[in-house]
Design a protein around this ligand. Structure first.
Ligand code: HEM
Length: 450
């Protein structure tokens, strides 16, 4: 074991500059630095292991205490675990680039997968993975179309959709709430905002998961090719929708993306506009799906907290924030170090990849007293990291909050005696490296009373 300074001096000496070729668009050739850093952290960070999928929080606590910024060799990632350091990274956009912000690994995709992607359009830059002026322009233009008013107008439709979905299974007394409810609601909401038909929602759901799997890039090559093919289909779908609006006009979000203007800046091209609905759909539905599942399981495991909200519905807004803090759907995202820098006393070399760990920062005892207690009255809306911070902070946070404030209380109200079904496969965790939530969540309730 090296002392902290020693390890960095050692790493510095051994670093080599390498150039990684990334054909075409997505990940063109970049210079990166490979350092034989020793994992000095005594914890084994493996988010997809059964133990960490079940309960990663004791490990996070050790990470914050023993090695707040450490190199996880297996993933070639520096993990940033304390609230303060996470903020330092996301606020220093000069040093920490958002390039590949959603890719845990930047190992080049195989030539066959790239060949499939080449049939579509470049995947980047999107809001999430762009920096500086490119990001500023995109964010300003998208914000012209994705306005607070548009979100407020969704309150009625979200209430109605919530009830319609619950009507579909309330009499059954048992349902996989992820499959029957949790992804339909956010996706149908975004589909309405974008102006695409609800009948296409299942297709958009499949394509979104293919995109996520492509970004994670841990599936076998044939499956990744199928994912890439889905992503290209999704691009074609939105290009077609946009071209129709170019011809016919319209008032939905996609039509407004095409007409959005800001002084002194180029409007969005059709290809740039096409990436926006993809970004909104993926960022905006897999997260809310997880928040619904995480929220229900957390509340059901804390009946006294649930009772408090039942007695005092004014607690619903803080309950939603607490669910997001306590079980953050996006556990972390990624940054690339542009130049050597020191963080938390550790030197990060240029080219290194960093995971900003929202999930760990949200349990940091220096910011949240008694952080492992779930407290529906805790007011952490401005301090928790679940929606990110800084220039890339979640654009859809008001929409997510609106949906969660409506959906979770309504499910609890309309499904009396709601509880987790028995059996090992009642609750199955999703295995996306940077996310936390359920793939399947079977709940039961008293159907006669429903
Ligand atoms: C509970 C639900 C949600 C969670 C936990 C969540 C989380 C996040 C986080 C952590 C970021 C920051 C990314 C970074 O710093 O690299 C982010 C960005 C973003 N989110 Fe969300 N999100 C949620 C819902 C939504 C919704 C409903 C939408 C839209 C329909 C949305 C759209 C976006 C977009 C477009 C960005 C990129 C903003 C930028 O880079 O400028 N999100 N989200």
């Amino acid at each position: 074991m090296f002392p902290r300074d020693g390890i960095n001096a050692y790493a510095e000496e051994k670093c080599v500059d390498v150039r990684i070729e990334r054909p075409r668009t997505n990940y063109s050739s970049i210079a990166t630095r490979r350092c034989p850093v020793i994992n000095e952290c005594p914890v084994h960070f493996d988010p997809l292991s059964p133990e960490q999928l079940a309960d990663p929080y004791p490990l996070y606590s050790r990470m914050r205490a023993e090695c707040p910024v450490f190199y996880a060799q297996e993933h070639d990632l520096w993990i940033v675990t304390r609230h303060e350091d996470v903020l330092a990274v996301v606020r220093d956009t000069k040093t920490f680039s958002s390039e590949n912000a959603v890719r845990a690994s930047v190992r080049p995709l195989s030539a066959s997968v790239l060949a499939v992607l080449a049939e579509g359009w470049p995947l980047s830059p999107t809001l999430t993975d762009s920096d500086g002026d490119v990001h500023r322009r995109l964010r300003l233009l998208v914000s012209k179309a994705f306005t607070p008013r548009r979100i407020q107008e969704m309150e009625g439709p979200v209430r109605q959709m919530t009830d319609e979905l619950i009507d579909g299974f309330a009499a059954e007394g048992r349902a996989d709430i992820i499959e029957r409810f949790a992804w339909h609601l956010p996706l149908a909401t975004i589909a309405d905002i974008l102006g695409v038909p609800r009948k296409d929602v299942p297709l958009l759901h499949r394509w979104s998961y293919s995109w996520l799997r492509l970004m994670q890039a841990t599936d076998p090559p044939e499956e990744l090719m199928a994912c890439a093919s889905d992503v290209v289909s999704m691009q074609r779908y939105f290009m077609e929708e946009l071209r129709r609006r170019e011809r016919e006009g319209g008032s939905d979000l996609m039509a407004e993306l095409l007409t959005a203007r800001i002084a002194g800046r180029e409007p969005l091209t059709t290809v740039e506009a096409m990436r926006v609905p993809m970004n909104l759909i993926i960022a905006g539905h897999v997260t809310v799906t997880r928040a619904i599942g995480n929220g229900l399981t957390t509340l059901l495991a804390a009946p006294e907290q649930l009772e408090m909200v039942r007695r005092d519905p004014d607690l619903i807004p803080t309950m939603v924030e607490e669910i997001l803090r306590f079980e953050s759907p996006a556990q972390g995202l990624f940054r690339t170090v542009r130049e050597d820098t020191v963080l938390g006393g550790v030197t990060l070399p240029a080219g290194a990849r960093v995971m900003v760990h929202w999930g760990s920062g949200n349990r940091d005892q220096s910011v949240f007293p008694d952080p492992d207690a779930f407290d529906v009255a805790r007011d952490s809306a401005t301090t928790h990291l679940a929606f990110g911070k800084g220039v890339h902070a979640c654009l859809g946070a008001p929409l997510a909050r609106l949906q969660l404030k409506i959906a979770i209380p309504r499910l609890l109200e309309r499904l009396p005696g709601l509880r987790l079904a028995h059996g090992a496969d009642a609750a199955v965790r999703d295995t996306i490296f940077f996310a936390r939530g359920f793939k399947k969540l079977t709940l039961v309730w008293d159907a006669e009373a429903a």
